[in-house]
Design a protein. Structure first.
Length: 247
């Protein structure tokens, strides 16, 4: 299995903090957000990690990787975009990594700016049953849910639809940027882009994909589970206040 971590955003809502530093490398509890994400990746399952970023922040991530003592299983890729105007989009970046690295394998796909304290072992268990699977979390309020992708599920936890950032969300259970796909999904991703669908958001791809193949879910709902989307200064401050790694 290969892991792709999406780190190509420009995070303008976090200015001035992110004017010269990518938000993925901002510090929460003495570690970068990205370090907190990577420590959750099971090394016994994932053979290699690909961090995809942009021209503006490429050197930041190269320097970060050097600080990991030359971690051999991490590759930083530059998608050569320079602003929100020419960015490839999340799915565009996934396709870019797959093409550049000739990936033909199962994929763990993660957002590099989402902070969580739980294990992805439950997702891997479902994946090993032969299922594509994504992580869900209850953000509790409709205000927060409006910013996220909201799936519709059947009685077996299979996704039958997903709406990105709905004005009137029917649920506060949201997709949180952790996906595990079996290798056949790579061909479907290529088909999605060949059909000129939007390369921007992963949620739009999931909405399309669930009509082509089965996608299941796992809901992180333990009382000490924490997930935060670090998109604004207030969310960053909240993360530094409440984030606690699990033992």
């Amino acid at each position: 299995m290969k892991c792709i971590i999406l780190c190509a955003g420009y995070a303008t809502r976090l200015y001035p903090l992110t004017r010269n530093t990518p938000k993925h490398l901002l510090i929460v509890k003495d570690k970068t957000i990205l370090d907190n994400v990577i420590q959750k990746i099971p090394t016994h399952t994932v053979e290699h990690i690909y961090v995809v970023t942009n021209q503006k922040f490429y050197q930041n991530f190269v320097d970060w990787k050097h600080g990991l003592d030359g971690h051999a299983t991490i590759t930083v890729l530059n998608d050569f975009t320079t602003s929100n105007n020419d960015r490839l989009g999340s799915i565009g970046d996934v396709a870019y990594v797959i093409d550049q690295m000739n990936i033909d394998d199962d994929i763990l796909l993660m957002s590099g700016d989402n902070l969580f304290n739980f294990s992805i072992a439950p997702l891997l268990k479902i994946f090993r049953e032969g299922k594509n699977v994504i992580a869900l979390y209850d953000v509790k309020t409709k205000e927060e849910a409006r910013k996220m992708g909201i799936p519709t599920l059947n009685a077996n936890g299979k996704i039958i639809g997903l709406i990105e950032k709905p004005k009137n969300p029917k649920s506060t259970l949201v997709s949180i940027g952790i996906y595990i796909f079996h290798k056949p999904v790579l061909k479907l991703l290529k088909q999605y882009l060949d059909e000129k669908n939007s390369p921007d958001r992963v949620g739009d791809f999931i909405s399309w994909l669930c009509q082509k193949t089965d996608i299941y879910t796992y809901n992180y709902d333990a009382s000490d589970d924490i997930w935060l989307d670090i998109g604004t200064p207030s969310q960053l401050a909240l993360a530094n206040e409440i984030y606690q790694p699990k033992a």
